[in-house]
Design a protein around this ligand. Structure first.
Ligand code: 3PG
Length: 395
């Protein structure tokens, strides 16, 4: 059984809260604070209930440009919350532990980027994760652990799977909402229509296989590079430019798409037309007018209307990945129109990460029943699989 925040006796307790505030950064700091905002409810509630909140989080990966300290994140949280939020420049040092112990009820301290420590960038069994320096040392200063970092919960990292071995553990409000929706796909209204696109072709084809095999999907509508991989597998000659882009992304995609078509062709739908650039303009071509020298940048209106018909009858529409190169406004139509149709389904669920930021840029984030905060984690749950971080909360 997973305990929720309602089960936690927060008054005066030192509560370690793992959040995922991993955000795009620019020269001024946090470029998109959506993930920071997502955790405000959990942190505010714990502070209002008199907890002493020690926040654990990561930013970027070692070696990447966005690998940085969490001072800007603490400043942003301090602005967003009524409760004071301070930053500590270490994570489990004696200074960090002292500061957690001295925290006043109703206030929060953001500990330093957990990934500054190599252990946090490794995968562990829960028992071994409990013996890492981070978990062993910090849990002494804590009374309870809350995992609100749904978006990192597909990782077997100490801050995700280790603390529940040493402390009473609870799901935060973000985690609770995600589990309630993404953990119950099998119970959501049928027919269930998955719309899979985006640039992560292997991931999307993996989701397609999983949901088709598990009987979770009545239809899979393929778009973007995923749609192109299926068209190529089906023998459509898109042209060398489109084929090269798919193959650059993944050498296995066309073969994997072909295998799925062999098994589930009646449930997989492919684009009927594509949009390419011609004289700087958008030009739509039916499959019969292919191959073309230009890469396919979007799905065309015939595909949108065929998919819209399927989506009209959907009990649940589950979407992941844009339908084309939406960053270029000549090629955002497919994504815009398809997502608008899907938002009218009885229930609409959007996978997070890149999809959520695409929707935000296009100004169409409203109208969906659930937009996940997770990227890889959301994909894994949409595929019907469990997450290490969720399993470790099940005490
Ligand atoms: C994400 O951005 O998907 C999460 O913060 C997890 O980050 P990671 O992919 O670097 O583990």
């Amino acid at each position: 059984m997973i305990r929720m925040l309602d089960d936690l006796d927060a008054e005066g307790a030192a509560v370690g809260v793992r959040v995922d505030i991993n955000s795009p950064l620019d020269d001024d700091g946090i470029a998109d604070d959506a993930r920071v905002r997502a955790h405000v409810d959990t942190i505010a509630e714990l502070c209002e209930r008199g907890a002493r909140v020690a926040l654990l989080a990561h930013q970027g990966r070692p070696g990447d440009d966005d690998f940085s300290d969490l001072r800007p994140h603490a400043e942003r949280l301090d602005e967003l919350l009524a409760a004071p939020v301070e930053h500590c420049d270490s994570t489990f040092s004696s200074d960090a532990r002292d500061r957690v112990e001295r925290l006043a009820p109703g206030s929060a301290l953001l500990l330093e980027n957990t990934r500054f420590y190599s252990e946090e960038y490794m995968s562990f069994d829960a028992e071994d994760a409990a013996d890492t320096y981070l978990v062993e040392k910090l849990s002494v200063a804590l009374d309870a652990y809350v995992n609100d970092a749904f978006a990192t919960s597909h990782r077997r990292q100490p801050s995700i799977v280790g603390f529940p071995q040493r402390l009473p553990a609870y799901a935060g409000r973000v985690m609770e909402r995600e589990i309630n929706v993404l953990g119950n796909i099998a119970e959501s209204p049928e027919p269930r229509v998955y719309v899979l696109g985006g640039a992560k072709v292997d991931d999307s084809i993996g989701v397609a296989r999983s949901v088709l095999e598990r009987g979770l999907a009545d239809s899979v509508l393929t778009t973007g590079l995923v749609g192109n991989a299926f068209l190529l597998a089906d023998g459509v000659s898109l042209g060398a430019a489109s084929a090269a882009i798919v193959n650059e992304r993944s050498h296995r995609a066309v073969k994997a798409a072909g295998d799925l078509l062999d098994e589930f062709s009646h449930r997989i739908h492919m684009p009927r037309d594509v949009a390419v650039e011609h004289d700087d303009e958008r030009l739509e071509l039916d499959l019969g007018e292919l191959p073309t020298g230009q890469p396919a940048m979007d799905i065309g209106v015939r595909t949108v209307s065929a998919y819209a018909e399927i989506l009209e009858d959907a009990g649940t529409a589950i979407l992941n990945g844009p339908a084309g190169v939406f960053e270029d406004d000549r090629f955002d139509t497919g994504t815009l129109e398809l997502y608008k149709c899907a938002s009218r389904a009885h229930k609409s669920i959007v996978g997070g990460g890149d999809t959520a930021s695409a929707l935000r840029k296009l100004g169409i984030l409203e109208g969906f029943d659930h937009v996940s905060t997770g990227g890889g984690a959301a994909l894994q749950m949409l595929a019907g699989e469990s997450l290490a971080g969720v399993e470790s909360l099940d005490q």
